[in-house]
Design a protein around this ligand. Structure first.
Ligand code: LER
Ligand code: MN
Length: 267
C-alpha cells in the first residue's frame, strides 16, 4: 500500500516546492485536483515537470470536471462527459492510475417520473449510458474512472461501496473501478472492513481522513481493521490524504504518516 497526499495539503509556495516537500516527508505519490487542469491548461506541464524533478509520481486526479453526469440538461451532461474525457487524457500523460468521478452532488437534478420510473432508476440508467461512452476513453488512455461513494450529506446517489460496485459489475471493464474514502465509509458503512472485503478488487484507490476529517490519527476512526481488510484483498495501490491539516502542518503530516506506516506494518 502506497501513501499519497493531495497537492494542496503540502507546505510550499510553488507547485514544485510542494512536490519536493511531499518527497522529503516520505509520501509515495501526489493526488492533484482536476479543476485547475481544465481551467488553466498550462498546469498540466507544470505538474509534469514538478513530478519529474521531485521524483514523486502523480497517483490520481480528483474530479474537477464542470457539471455532473447526472445534471438536468443535455448540455450540462455533455460538458461533464467532455471534461472527463479531457482529464482522462491528462491522466494518461501523468501515468495516473485514475480519475475520481462523483456522478452527482446534492439532491437529484432530473425529475422523478413515477409511476413510469422513479428518479433513482432513471439516474442509474442515465449514468450507465454515459459510463459506456467514457469508459472507452478510459481504456484508451489506461486511466481508470474511479467512482467515489460520498456520505448522505453530500450526495443522495451513491453512498456505499456496494452501490458503486453495481455499476462496475454491469460495465465490466478494468478501467471502471471504485474508490473507498474512510471519511465517507465511517458515516455510511455498517462495517468498514466488511464493505472493503465485499467490494474486493473493484477498489483501486483510497482516500484517508479521520472521523473529524483531519489527518489520520487526529480522530477516532479505526484504520487498523480497514487496513487489514485492504491487505486481505491484496490492495497495493495508493491511499491519498484528503483531509484538514492542523498546524504546524509539516510536523503533523510527518506524525500522521508515521502513524499510518506503523499501522500498515502491524496488519
Ligand atoms: C468529497 O467529500 C470527496 O470526498 C472528494 O473526494 C470528492 O471528489
Ligand atoms: Mn474523497
Amino acid at each position: 500500500m502506497k501513501i499519497a497526499s493531495q497537492l494542496h495539503l503540502l507546505p510550499g509556495s510553488t507547485v514544485l516546492e510542494k512536490f519536493e516537500k511531499g518527497k522529503e516527508i516520505g509520501f509515495d505519490g501526489i493526488e492533484v485536483w482536476g479543476k485547475k487542469l481544465i481551467e488553466e491548461p498550462s498546469t498540466v506541464d507544470e505538474y509534469l515537470k514538478a513530478s519529474e524533478k521531485s521524483g514523486l509520481k502523480i497517483s490520481t486526479i480528483c474530479a474537477g470536471y464542470r457539471n455532473f453526469l447526472l445534471d438536468g440538461t443535455r448540455q450540462e451532461r455533455e460538458r461533464a462527459r467532455e471534461d472527463i474525457k479531457k482529464l482522462l487524457q491528462i491522466g494518461n500523460a501523468f501515468k495516473a492510475i485514475g480519475l475520481i468521478v462523483v456522478p452527482v452532488f446534492g439532491p437529484p437534478k432530473i425529475p422523478d417520473l413515477s409511476p413510469y420510473k422513479d428518479v433513482i432508476s432513471l439516474e442509474k440508467e442515465l449514468l450507465l449510458s454515459q459510463l459506456s461512452e467514457i469508459v472507452e476513453v478510459a481504456e484508451k488512455n489506461k486511466c481508470a474512472i474511479l467512482l467515489e461513494p460520498l456520505n448522505r450529506y453530500e450526495t443522495h446517489f451513491i453512498n456505499r461501496l456496494e452501490q458503486a460496485v453495481e455499476f462496475c459489475e454491469k460495465i465490466k471493464s478494468p478501467y471502471l473501478k471504485i474508490m473507498a474514502d474512510f471519511f465517507h465509509m465511517n458515516i455510511e458503512e455498517a462495517s468498514i472492513p466488511e464493505a472493503i472485503e465485499k467490494a474486493g478488487n473493484w477498489i483501486s484507490h483510497v482516500h484517508l481522513a479521520d472521523s473529524n476529517r483531519l489527518l489520520p490519527g487526529f480522530g477516532h476512526t479505526d484504520f487498523s481493521s480497514g487496513f487489514k481488510a485492504l491487505k486481505k484483498i491484496n490492495f497495493e495501490n495508493y491511499m491519498a490524504l484528503e483531509c484538514g491539516v492542523p498546524e504546524p502542518a509539516e510536523e503533523n503530516l510527518k506524525k500522521s504518516l508515521r502513524y499510518l506506516k506503523n499501522l500498515i506494518q502491524e496488519v
